[in-house]
Design a protein. Structure first.
Length: 317
């Protein structure tokens, strides 16, 4: 027998493959490549002050930290009103090794898949996940279920494995399909009370803004109790205006005057009549199953938008 052929058989190459470019070195590269694709970020050491700027929600923070430290894949969805601390958690997670952060509405078709293929993140943070399009939602479903995603190119099909944990946030969980919701452990974040909002703003101004405690307390008090805002982002905006040369009282006065001039938008609450409420409830009850099965394919209208459409329909009759 040909010595070369005998050696190839001993090395595990099939008969007739002599013309192909097979070698132990190539196989070793393929094996190493697979190991890289399935590599986990283990022995994570969280900073001692991890999530310390998030005041309250102690039980929820414990779940998030346990999820991060676990070696098993798991996924968490943070649901609640705007300015309730969800984004603070995502921004803290994105500072960890091998973490990526994206906003659902800004992801192009298959953009999420390309990111996962390129970086194979251990942690994928998605803000406004309810705004993801159908293709990215499909990629998420398969990634969260099996760890695999399939990237479709004009030349080839790539099946990629990524041992990724998904951490997402949204304001309206009803925009997500039940199928996607079932992949997550869902944590609800209610709106801050005024005292909690004050504590949060004070903490982030001192820790992140490096503001003196007395000034941080004054800023937080005026935003919460005079401007009537519970949004922690407002604290940083006010701080920026102060650094630009404006006084705190002047800033609050201007913001108050602008708040009075606010024009109602599509997301503002509206009043409906009893008859409209009955029609709306009946319509939603009939369409409920269809909405929940298909809503992940597109951005379904809000309750206010549905009421407005019903009113227009009534006027046409």
């Amino acid at each position: 027998m040909n010595v070369s052929l005998q050696m190839r058989r001993m090395q595990g190459f099939p008969h007739g493959s002599m013309g192909k470019k097979h070698s132990l070195e190539v196989l070793g590269m393929q094996i190493r490549k697979k190991k890289v694709q399935k590599a986990k970020v283990t022995n994570i050491k969280l900073p001692h002050d991890f999530l310390s700027e998030l005041v309250g929600y102690e039980k929820e923070k414990k779940i998030v930290i346990a999820s991060i430290l676990s070696t098993k894949r798991n996924h968490i969805l943070l649901s609640g009103v705007p300015a309730s601390g969800k984004t603070v958690i995502l921004e803290s997670i994105k500072t960890l090794p091998n973490a990526e952060f994206i906003v659902g509405g800004s992801s192009t078709k298959s953009g999420m898949g390309k990111l996962i293929k390129a970086y194979k993140p251990a942690f994928l943070c998605i803000d406004e996940i309810d705004k993801c399009d159908a293709m990215n939602t499909t990629i998420l479903l398969t990634l969260m279920e099996s760890g695999f995603i399939r990237i479709l190119n004009s030349k080839e099909k790539n099946k990629v494995y990524s041992d990724t944990k998904v951490y997402a946030a949204c304001n309206n969980i009803d925009r997500l399909s039940l199928e996607l919701q079932s992949r997550f452990t869902i944590l609800s974040f209610p709106e801050y009370t005024e005292q909690e909002a004050y504590n949060v703003m004070y903490a982030i101004l001192v820790k992140k803004g490096k503001v003196r405690q007395e000034l941080a307390s004054n800023i937080a008090y005026k935003i919460v109790y005079e401007l009537k805002s519970k949004n922690p982002r407002t604290a940083f905006n006010v701080l920026a205006f102060m650094e630009g040369g404006m006084g705190l009282d002047e800033i609050i006065s201007v913001l108050l005057s602008q708040k009075e001039k606010k024009i109602p938008g599509k997301n503002d609450s509206i009043e409906i009549t009893t008859d409209e409420a009955r029609i709306l409830l009946k319509a939603l009850d009939i369409a409920k199953d269809s909405i929940r099965k298909k809503s992940y394919l597109y951005n379904f209208p809000t309750l206010e938008e549905i009421v407005i459409r019903l009113r227009k329909r009534v006027l046409k009759l």
